[in-house]
Design a binder for this molecule. Structure first.
Ligand SMILES: [Zn+2]
Length: 535
């Protein structure tokens, strides 16, 4: 059954209605191609992604962008791609000399985002949230000796620590820095069952996807990590057998934002991990729309979106192609639509606008990590980033949820752009989802560049919020995120207008965007122009 997308148009003046209708149609035509079965879900390193990249390059050319990759618009990026060979792998829990085999997939999912040790028999320590946040003198690892151990942690954090900071220290790289310092050799992560974007049965389906890392050894995120796995919260009670704590007690503490105890587990692990590895190449794309100010045109404001998605995988309801229409064909279509609108209107702006399409986002923001470490324009000439990822135009656009709203001058700038459109702004009502570190803007932020990211939002508890939640459960990273789902074209067209006006404002303001005095992330701006280094 194919449903026709639900069309909702904006009430605008006749002229802008026509323009907006054109923009909405053009936006959707990009989505239709990029999310078509023909491109097979645009997996990083795949033929489908390469075809999508060729399409983006063609559009860049049509819109008069100057090629700014390494080969025309393209910046090639090399990756290692790994998959776990489950039939040759095993995991056992050992307690008092007694071994219990764990069921791979149902109880535990092995991760290949690291190059795992083939065999390992570590003891286990529960490290709470596994967080070290020096600014708040908060340290789950205080006094723990994790030498040779695998750290078991629960996703989340104490409510006393602001969302962005918590998100930052929960990132793979930051969390691993402190765990490694304490001696850990690996991690076993457990989700809070009440805060899972994707239910376990779908995680099981997704586990066969290849994991990837950048081939550039300087860009390794978790050096020395030998084991990584996720434990199904439904079965997690068995990890705590023989201790004074139960998993349900720990979840209750986490749900109320309280600190967690840390303690050694009575069970240890015996792991045999088999995996396959190959190397693949994929594409970032970079194009420039030149500014007109003699001085400011050598500065860039960056408009970015990731092109990659999950490719072909385990079927759900007979469908194997993970089309990624909302995630993130829609976002790439937005930057293409904005490029076309700028081209058509022949608008002048002082700074140059850099259009970037990233690969490897789904594999851990890897294309943007590579780009910021190997920028094709000088890193310090990029003065701000607006990133578009999964903005979800499935409900009317009345509210924008903004990540990084108070961190830089981009927040107030966005406010002045949306007010005339009758759109209000809210901060992230669900900081537990860590959205701030979950897309490519994060690599710009870490390189000291003010960035902002926003999506169609809803008031907490409203029917619209429920639609968003249901979308995550049913469609997020599922084959049904395709072009047959209901889309609110009015919301998409309005969103694209907001992006257009904000990027123009960023390009035209006399002063470059600045970090807020009290933003945690401001410290990266003062660091030497060395990408991805710790402050
Ligand atoms: Zn995604």
């Amino acid at each position: 059954m194919r449903r026709r997308p639900l069309v909702v148009f904006l009430l605008l003046t006749a002229a802008s209605l026509a323009a907006s209708e054109d923009s909405g149609k053009r936006w959707w035509s990009h989505v239709e191609y990029l999310a078509s079965d023909q491109l097979e879900g645009r997996l990083t390193g795949s033929v489908g992604h390469r075809k999508a990249a060729e399409y983006v390059a063609e559009q860049f050319k049509k819109d008069g962008l100057v090629p700014a990759g390494a080969l025309g618009y393209i910046q090639p990026v090399r990756f290692y791609s790994r998959t776990i060979v489950e039939k040759n792998s095993s995991l056992e829990l050992i307690q008092n000399g007694h071994a219990e085999a764990l069921q791979l997939a149902e109880e535990v999912i092995l991760s290949a985002r690291i190059r795992p040790a083939r065999t390992l028999s570590p003891s286990l320590a529960f490290v709470g949230y596994g967080l070290t946040v020096p600014e708040y003198r908060y340290d789950d690892l205080k006094g723990l000796d994790l030498r040779g151990k695998v750290a078991v942690y629960l996703y989340g954090g104490p409510s006393t620590i602001p969302g962005a900071l918590r998100a930052h220290y929960s990132s793979l790289e930051e969390r691993w820095k402190s765990l490694k310092r304490a001696g850990a050799v690996g991690v076993l992560a457990i989700s809070d069952p009440h805060h899972m974007d994707i239910p376990w049965d779908r995680l099981m389906v997704l586990r066969t996807q290849p994991a990837m890392t950048l081939a550039d050894p300087k860009l390794e995120e978790t050096p020395g990590e030998q084991f990584a796995a996720f434990f199904n919260p439904t079965h997690a009670e068995k990890l705590f057998a023989g201790t004074e704590h139960s998993f349900s007690e720990l979840v209750a503490l986490a749900d109320s934002g309280k600190p967690l105890p840390t303690f050694p587990l009575a069970v240890s692990l015996s792991a045999k991990v088999a995996f396959e590895e190959k190397s693949v190449v994929s594409q970032n794309l970079v194009g420039i729309l030149r500014g007109t100010d003699p001085k400011l045109k050598s500065e860039y404001v960056v408009l970015s979106a990731h092109l990659d998605h999950l490719g072909v995988g385990e079927p759900i309801q007979g469908d194997r192609i993970y089309n990624g229409a909302m995630d993130n064909a829609a976002g790439v279509a937005t930057i293409l639509d904005v490029a076309a609108m700028l081209h058509e209107s022949n608008a002048k702006h002082r700074r140059s606008i850099l259009f970037v399409s990233f690969t490897g986002e789904e594999k851990g923001l890897l294309g943007s990590r590579y780009f910021v470490a190997h920028p094709t324009v000088p890193l310090r000439s990029m003065v701000g980033n607006l990133n578009v990822d999964m903005f979800l135009p499935i409900i009317p656009l009345k509210i924008l949820t903004v990540l990084g709203l108070n961190d830089s001058s981009l927040g107030p700038m966005l406010r002045s752009v949306v007010e005339p459109l009758g759109v209000t702004i809210q901060e992230d009502p669900e900081p537990a989802r860590n959205l701030f570190i979950r897309s490519d803007q994060y690599n710009f932020i870490r390189a000291g560049i003010p960035a902002i990211y926003f999506k169609v939002g809803a008031a907490p508890g409203s029917p619209e919020a429920a639609i968003g939640k249901r979308w995550l459960t049913d469609h997020y990273h599922a084959p049904s995120d395709d072009t047959h789902q209901p889309v609110d074209f009015g919301a998409a067209a309005k969103y694209n207008q907001v992006v257009l006006h904000l990027i123009q404002a960023m390009a035209d303001q006399p002063a470059a965007p600045t970090w807020s005095q009290d933003s945690f992330f401001r410290r990266y701006a003062k660091a030497e122009p060395k990408a991805l280094s710790a402050p």
